[in-house]
Every structure is written in structure tokens, then in C-alpha cells.
Design a protein around this ligand. Structure first.
Ligand code: ZN
Length: 370
């Protein structure tokens, strides 16, 4: 038995950012725009911002958005009596906007109440229109917000239906100017979403289909886009793949690769996609025997004769994008491994098809030492 659900309207296509004002007007007439400082300086993003000459712009979102970012944005949303939020950015801007759109309608003064203190988000929230500028997180179609509580030292997701954006506006042209490293990190994050949604213990047939198609497109287009960043067909394919991968994991949820990524991001500041990709090959090796032939079918669908051939391709993709492949590459001293292992047992680990032991993770980090 399974249930499929996605309450997000999706508009997709090169150039659709030009319709941002029309789409936002469907939901409100006092929007607040959310982005980050680097993006706000780019001509393509300035063209979007220019469609809203009177709207307040919040550009204080940090990479790995913090509880303090969300609280500050919610304050602005209340103070400006906003009735809609347009979030433009990578996962950070989108996750910050999604959480703040909920907090703005709640009594609690800080998102911390919902992030680490056990309160449940209510359904009331401002509508969020999400415009991804990377092809990676899938945050435009997921009910999650990954936040970093710097004071408490806790990084992890909040999950609630209220966090779904109301509308995803996906314009692949916004990804054309991404540097190679960002294209690589976000592209491999999308691949992790496809694979984790597929092997999650909660996987289901509709999500499986989307996961396989997302991964097939990433394997077919990643190299071309890394080498030719303005290849429009390749960029379209990667944006579409990231969207599909987002839909593919938002119900089954992620597993060991994402669980292991959180301490790697908080302790060693690896970007989310690099942190996820860091353990992906080992996780595939570990999980394949527990999947009754499903991983072999996944690799075949992506054009590989064997799972090891797919693993070798992932390693090549990481090198091409400059992602860390060993502890030394990632700046991790082997003495940190015990802490990394201990902090990897996030609840997402329970979705893994093979039960993971601390010994498995120590073995993984031993292999990553060279
Ligand atoms: Zn991810």
C-alpha cells in the first residue's frame, strides 16, 4: 500500500522567470523577496527583483541557513504584513523562506521551538513561491527545511506539510552562470536524492520511476554541463532531474548518505552536496546486497552494465567537479572519525535498507582514508 502526494504547482521552462510577477500575483499583492547577497548581484536575478519594485528584499540568508536567519526573516514578514514570499536561490534561500513563512503565522518567537524543541508546525503559513537557481536540492517541491542552530550546534531538517511551497517556478536559465564546483555539488546532491528516495525503506513505485529517470538524466548530462556550462539542453535536463529527484525523495525521505552528511557539514563545512557525495559510493556498496536486485536494475536503467561501473562513474564525476574523495581532500583528520560516526545516527539512518552499525561507518571512513 502506498500514497502519493505533492501539493505544489510546478511551472518549468527556460525563460519562465520572466513570469515571476504574474505568478506571485496569484497568491498575494504584498510579497517579500528572499535571496542571498551573491545572487542579488547577478543580472538574471536582478531582472527578477526588478519585477517587484516596491517589495522588501531579504538577502541575509547564509549558506546553511541558520535559526537566526529564519527568525529575522519572519520578523520582516510580520512587520511588512507580507501575504506571499518569493524565494529565489539555492536550498539555503528556499529553506529559510519556507520556515519563516510558517514562523510568521505562529505564536513562537523563534523557529528553534520547531527545529530542536519538539513543537509541531501548524498548517497556517504564508504561500511560498520557490524559484531554484541551482539544479540540486529539490527544495522547491519538498516539505523540509534544513537549518543550522549555531548556538546549540544542531543541524538537521524540520519536516511538515506546511513547508511545501505553493508554486515552484523552475527556470533552467538561472543555473547557467553557476561555477563548476556549485554545478557539481548540487548535481550530485540531486543524484543522492534520487538514489536515497529509491532505496529508502519507504520507497514506492511512483517515486521509484521518478528517481530512476532523474538519475538517468544526471548520468547522461552532468559531464557535458560541467564542460559546457551554457549548454541549454544539458542545463534543462539537470534542472528537470533535480525537480524529479526532489519529488522522488520527498515522500520516501533520505537515508544514510544524508544522515552522514550533517556532521560533515557542521564540523568540516563541506557544502551539502559535497558532504552527501562523500559517502555515496560506500553507501551503494553497503546497500546493494540488501536490495534484492533493485540496485542492479537502477544501474541498468542509467546505462551501466554493473553497479561497480556506476560507482566508478560517480567517483569520476566527483573528481571532475573538484569534490573531495578522501579524508585528506576534505580536510578531515582521522582523529575526528569517532565523533563523525557518533553524530551520523540521525533518524534518517532508520530509512536505510541495510541497518547501519557504527562498525560499518568506521569501515567506510577507513576506506575514505586513501
Ligand atoms: Zn540533499
Amino acid at each position: 500500500m502506498w500514497t502519493f502526494y505533492i501539493p505544489v504547482k510546478v511551472t518549468f521552462g527556460a525563460g519562465c522567470a520572466g513570469s515571476a510577477a504574474d505568478i506571485v500575483a496569484l497568491y498575494g499583492n504584498r510579497p517579500v523577496l528572499v535571496t542571498d547577497k551573491t545572487l542579488a548581484a547577478l543580472p538574471a536575478i536582478q531582472a527578477v527583483l526588478a519585477q517587484f519594485p516596491n517589495a522588501p528584499v531579504f538577502s541575509e540568508v547564509e549558506p546553511n541557513p541558520t535559526v537566526a536567519n529564519v527568525d529575522a526573516l519572519a520578523h520582516l514578514l510580520r512587520a511588512s504584513e507580507a501575504d506571499a514570499v518569493l524565494a529565489i536561490g539555492g536550498g539555503s534561500a528556499l529553506d529559510c523562506a519556507k520556515a519563516a513563512a510558517c514562523l510568521a503565522c505562529a505564536r513562537e518567537p523563534s523557529i528553534r521551538a520547531f527545529h530542536s524543541e519538539g513543537a509541531k508546525l501548524s498548517v497556517a503559513h504564508l504561500p511560498v513561491i520557490a524559484m531554484p537557481t541551482t539544479a540540486g536540492t529539490g527544495a522547491e517541491v519538498t516539505p523540509f527545511s534544513v537549518l543550522d542552530d549555531r548556538e546549540k550546534g544542531i543541524k538537521g531538517p524540520i519536516a511538515a506539510d506546511a513547508l511545501y511551497p505553493v508554486h515552484a517556478l523552475v527556470d533552467p536559465e538561472l543555473t547557467w552562470s553557476l561555477p563548476l564546483y556549485v554545478t557539481a555539488c548540487t548535481g550530485l546532491d540531486a543524484l543522492c536524492h534520487a538514489i536515497e528516495g529509491y532505496w529508502s525503506k519507504n520507497h514506492q513505485p511512483l517515486c521509484d520511476l521518478m528517481a530512476m529517470e532523474a538519475a538517468r538524466l544526471i548520468f547522461a548530462n552532468y559531464e557535458q554541463v560541467c564542460q559546457h556550462p551554457t549548454d541549454s539542453e544539458g542545463r534543462n535536463a539537470l534542472s528537470y532531474a533535480a525537480l524529479l529527484a526532489g519529488i522522488a525523495f520527498q515522500l520516501p525521505k533520505n537515508a544514510m548518505v544524508h544522515a552522514c552528511s550533517y556532521p560533515l557539514s557542521t564540523r568540516f563545512h563541506l557544502p551539502h552536496g559535497a558532504a552527501c557525495a562523500f559517502t555515496l559510493e560506500y553507501a551503494i556498496k553497503l546497500n546493494t546486497p540488501a536490495m534484492n536486485g533493485r540496485m542492479e536494475a537502477f544501474a541498468a536503467c542509467c546505462g551501466f552494465k554493473t553497479v561497480p561501473e556506476m560507482i566508478a562513474c560517480i567517483r569520476r564525476f566527483k573528481r571532475l567537479g573538484g569534490l573531495p574523495c578522501t579524508l585528506a581532500d576534505a580536510g578531515i583528520d582521522p582523529s575526528a572519525v569517532d565523533d563523525l560516526v557518533a553524530e551520523s545516527f540521525h533518524p534518517l539512518m532508520n530509512n536505510n535498507p541495510k541497518p547501519v552499525t557504527p562498525e560499518d561507518l568506521r569501515q567506510m571512513y577507513a576506506e575514505l582514508a586513501t
